[in-house]
Design a protein around this ligand. Structure first.
Ligand SMILES: Cc1ncc(COP(=O)(O)O)c(C=O)c1O
Length: 494
């Protein structure tokens, strides 16, 4: 029997796969119907080819980690902690790993109690465990639009009904959220949680403003709703002031209500915080964490027991050894490494912004992230899934994979500027521009057969004006305020 049952493909292989799927059809759980194939698969096949420049993955640049330090830490763990490294560990994680997590959270300006931490196998597992603990088929999750493409299949697998709220340049508009919550309440439906990536959103690249953060935790408190705050990129800020986490904002509100004071391990009642070592150290470690209210933590722990018993003690000990390292200047080595990553990624972000301006002025718009790994670009009249299908030497993530319906976002794409050198960024953007060609409308619907035929790019006096506009953020600040919530606009703008 063929090993791959992932579907797709063409010719004999495709027919065999279809036949295999039919054989197993009656055995598959209903939830597998929610596990939609996405454009990501096409993309993964492409990125494996050496001639392809990948702007697609969510990859940090692990080549920047010193090989000698890696070898030293691995030998240290092997020599000094052989039995512990090779043994099962506690499901909630090892105390030495929780200590490192407390340190990272402090660098995020968030004081936590290590008793509220569960160490997970990557941040991705937090999303899975939260859904496992909270979502029955048909339950509502409210998320941003676009949302993290890696969360889309998880939400689908748990058969969640995901309501996505379109973002602007300040992230999720909370007045819009309140309208959605009112509507759901009218239908007798209470969302199980609100999912947000407040910093340098993946894939949108935008950051939720302080006013909206405050308002979001107020709304969560008023309506007793859980929030899943997904924050892999908070420490990768290249400009501007760091903003407080939703977790810390909620904890300080709780402190006013008789809980322990904020800044001293105060706990949030309603925010489940997701963190990860993937972007500040290495995704190969597969280590992330959740900080959550006790009752939720217990369910996450039970879910994790069923998933993998525990995260790797080997990599937890590696992280612990790494966090004990000092840099030449005397400070913690991990902090110095993150500073170096910031300098590197800031330059790469600027190179990508320059390349976009060079090749797409007047016919596309894109976000200008203050941090993180991604730019979200929208090309008028182009179907980016089709574009990906035609793409020979460059890969990106088509916008559709950031929407549950697989329909919206068709003319957008996510571009990673952090994982490849500057020369590749320039060449990658040039290649995308070459595939699009001068008439941006021509590719619409060629692979998916959908979408209206678009107009060619603007020419004449307006084109110059458009060229200037293209360098401005693609997601405009919303001016509309909801008459039913006159105070909302003001409080969001604080
Ligand atoms: C928003 C977001 N959440 C979660 C993850 C999962 O990361 P990991 O499982 O590597 O910790 C990622 C990875 O790209 C991400 O971008």
């Amino acid at each position: 029997m063929e090993r791959s049952i992932s579907g797709g493909g063409s010719g004999r292989r495709g027919r065999e796969t279809a036949h295999e799927l039919a054989r197993y059809e009656a055995l598959f759980a209903a939830r597998t119907r929610g596990m939609k194939s996405s454009a990501m698969r096409e993309m993964m096949a492409l990125t494996e080819r050496p001639d392809v420049i990948s702007l697609a993955g969510g990859l940090p640049d692990t080549s920047t980690f010193a090989p000698e330090l890696y070898a030293k830490l691995m030998s240290q763990v092997a020599a000094e902690s052989t039995a512990r490294a090779l043994q099962y560990g506690p499901t909630e994680g090892m105390a030495v790993a929780a200590d490192c997590i407390v340190e990272v959270m402090a660098a995020e300006g968030t004081s936590i109690d290590p008793a509220n931490v569960i160490v997970t196998t990557g941040g991705q597992q937090v999303i899975d465990l939260v859904c496992k603990a909270l979502i029955d088929p048909g339950d509502v999750i409210v998320a941003e639009a676009p949302t993290y493409p890696g969360a889309v299949p998880t939400f689908g697998a748990y058969q969640a009904d995901v309501v996505q709220i379109e973002m602007d340049s300040d992230g999720m508009p909370i007045d819009e959220l309140e309208i959605v919550l009112d509507r759901l309440q009218g239908e007798g439906r209470r969302p199980k949680f609100i999912y947000t990536i407040p910093n340098f959103q993946n894939p949108g690249g935008v950051t939720m403003s302080l006013g909206r953060r405050r308002r979001l935790v107020e709304v969560a408190r008023e309506r007793e709703l859980l929030v899943l705050e997904d924050n892999p990129y908070g420490l990768l800020r290249y400009e501007g002031e760091a903003l407080p986490t939703l977790y810390s904002l909620d904890a300080s509100l709780g402190a006013g209500n008789g809980s322990p004071p904020a800044g001293d391990g105060a706990s949030s009642d309603l925010v489940i915080y997701l963190g990860t070592f993937s972007k500040i150290l290495s995704p190969g470690l597969r280590l992330g964490w959740a900080v959550a209210p006790h009752a939720v933590l217990e369910k996450l722990n039970l879910g994790k027991q069923g998933a993998d018993l525990c995260s790797s003690p080997m990599t937890q000990l590696f992280v612990s050894a790494y966090f004990a390292e000092r840099a030449a200047a005397g400070g913690p080595a991990w902090v110095e490494y993150v500073e170096r990553l910031r300098d590197l990624y800031r330059r790469r972000r600027d190179v990508m912004l320059e390349s976009l301006a060079e090749h797409f002025s007047g016919r596309a718009s894109w976000t200008r992230p203050e941090g993180g790994l991604f730019i979200w670009a929208t090309l008028d009249g182009v179907d980016t899934t089709d574009l990906m299908g035609r793409s020979k030497g460059v890969a990106f993530v088509p916008g559709r994979s950031a929407y549950m319906d697989g329909d919206r976002g068709s003319s957008s794409m996510r571009l990673n500027f952090a994982g490849v050198p500057e020369g590749d960024i320039r060449e990658g953007i040039r290649r995308i521009s070459a595939i699009v060609g001068p008439d941006t409308g021509l590719l619409t619907g060629t692979m998916t057969g959908s979408g209206p035929a678009a107009q060619p790019a603007a020419a004449g006096p307006d084109a110059e004006k458009d060229a200037e506009l293209a360098e401005v953020l693609e997601l405009p600040r919303r001016e509309v305020s909801d008459p039913a919530h006159p105070s909302t606009r003001r409080s969001q703008d604080r």
